[in-house]
Design a binder for this molecule. Structure first.
Ligand SMILES: Cc1ncc(C[n+]2csc(CCOP(=O)(O)OP(=O)(O)O)c2C)c(N)n1
Ligand code: SF4
Ligand SMILES: [Mg+2]
Length: 349
């Protein structure tokens, strides 16, 4: 689709809802040049544009950290809430309940999620809140100058050479155990894989956890770090090749039998998972946990869509929420009438 105006003879490229990519951008980044988090923001801009999502129907959430500053750098026309450190899940849960028609996206860090915010993260997963939850995982607290986070690998070193003595949390394994219905790992340097995953997460009805290894060029990109660009280049093990066919595109492309697994998403989009060497069933939680365990024992960083469950009810469905947006329900519908309150008081007497 293209539009022209008298002042600009060159047709402007627009998406299926008639918006230019500019409408999906945010303010100019203030993060370090080369920070992995900037690449994630760029992918979000591209994917929301290509999927033709109305930016004003999106709510962005974050906590505190360099990663949590990211929502300022994409979707400038969307709603946004920058919460307290580690408390984004509670704010996002409330917002998604208040308006079930929003598309929620949370961007957070490994410190924000796996250190101070772990308790909140667990409940978000348990409840299957419909939200895209991206961890920009660099193994350190970038904003406070590079201390190890709870996802730092044992033996990984700081720039000073000081090693990390503690074992890491694997947020994907935890997400699988705690009930997430879409679990994926990617690398900020893998544009194509991250795009397909993000689009699938946009189409997913439930909690989508995407753990993105996103190197911190200032504090954790040296020899000895296991979250550096060069470490990822040498140790990334790509599970499969991903393709995403949105619901508004023709799905009738020929696929070779046995080579591609097709997962139909909630909105009629299709995630097409092409085998790369091994057979892998993304609908099996046990297979996902086993694959993570195996990769860890070999010192590999496994990337791909590890698990998808399109049948588990979301938090909104579990609570049997009204179809109408809570935020705009009239007072008469949200407040019990006086007679009901009097009856309750009577029962408590
Ligand atoms: C309650 C509270 N405790 C501690 C801090 C200090 N603090 C700010 S950001 C941060 C960690 C950020 O790390 P991460 O979430 O991994 O984000 P990154 O900067 O690495 O992207 C810490 C400990 C804070 N702001 N608030
Ligand atoms: S300090 Fe690290 S995490 Fe923060 S913006 Fe710079 S490179 Fe990114
Ligand atoms: Mg971090």
């Amino acid at each position: 689709m293209a539009t022209t105006s008298p002042t600009s003879p060159t047709p402007k490229k627009v998406n299926r809802i008639g918006l230019e990519v500019l409408k999906y951008k945010g303010s100019k980044t203030t993060l370090c040049a080369g920070c992995g988090h900037n690449a994630v923001s760029e992918r979000i801009v591209e994917c929301f544009y290509e999927m033709g999502i109305q930016p004003w129907s999106v709510a962005k959430f974050s906590g505190i950290g360099c990663s949590s500053k990211s929502p300022a750098y994409f979707l400038g026309l969307s709603h946004g809430f920058n919460a307290v450190h580690g408390r984004m899940p509670a704010v996002a849960t409330g917002a998604m309940l208040a308006n079930r028609h929003l598309l929620g996206i949370g961007v957070t860090g490994d410190g924000d999620t796996a250190s101070i915010g772990m308790g909140q993260f667990m409940h978000l997963l348990r409840r299957n809140v419909p939200l895209i939850y991206i961890i920009e995982n660099n193994g350190v607290y970038g904003l406070t100058k590079g201390q190890f986070s709870a996802t730092a690998d044992i033996g990984s070193t700081l720039k000073t050479g000081a090693p990390n003595d503690l074992p890491p949390f694997d947020c994907c394994a935890l997400a699988l155990a705690w009930g997430a219905t879409f679990v994926a790992r990617s690398f900020s340097g893998d544009k194509r894989q991250l795009q397909a995953m993000l689009k699938a997460a946009i189409a997913h009805n439930g909690l989508s956890l995407i753990d993105v290894i996103s190197p911190c060029v200032t504090f954790n990109d040296h020899v000895g770090s296991t979250k550096s660009y060069s470490y990822m280049k040498d140790h990334e093990e790509v599970l499969h090749d991903l393709d995403f066919v949105p619901h508004f595109e023709d799905i009738s492309v020929e696929i070779e039998e046995g080579e591609v697994r097709d997962v139909e998403m909630h909105d009629g989009s299709h995630l097409r998972i092409r085998k790369l060497g091994r057979d892998y069933d993304p609908t099996s939680k046990l297979a996902a946990l086993a694959a993570l365990e195996e990769a860890e024992s070999k010192g590999e960083v496994l990337t791909g869509v590890l698990y998808v469950n399109t049948t588990k009810p979301t938090f909104i469905e579990l609570l049997d929420m009204s179809d109408e947006t809570l935020a705009t329900l009239s007072e008469s519908k949200t407040r019990p009438p006086k007679a009901v309150l009097e009856q309750v008081m009577e029962e408590l007497r």
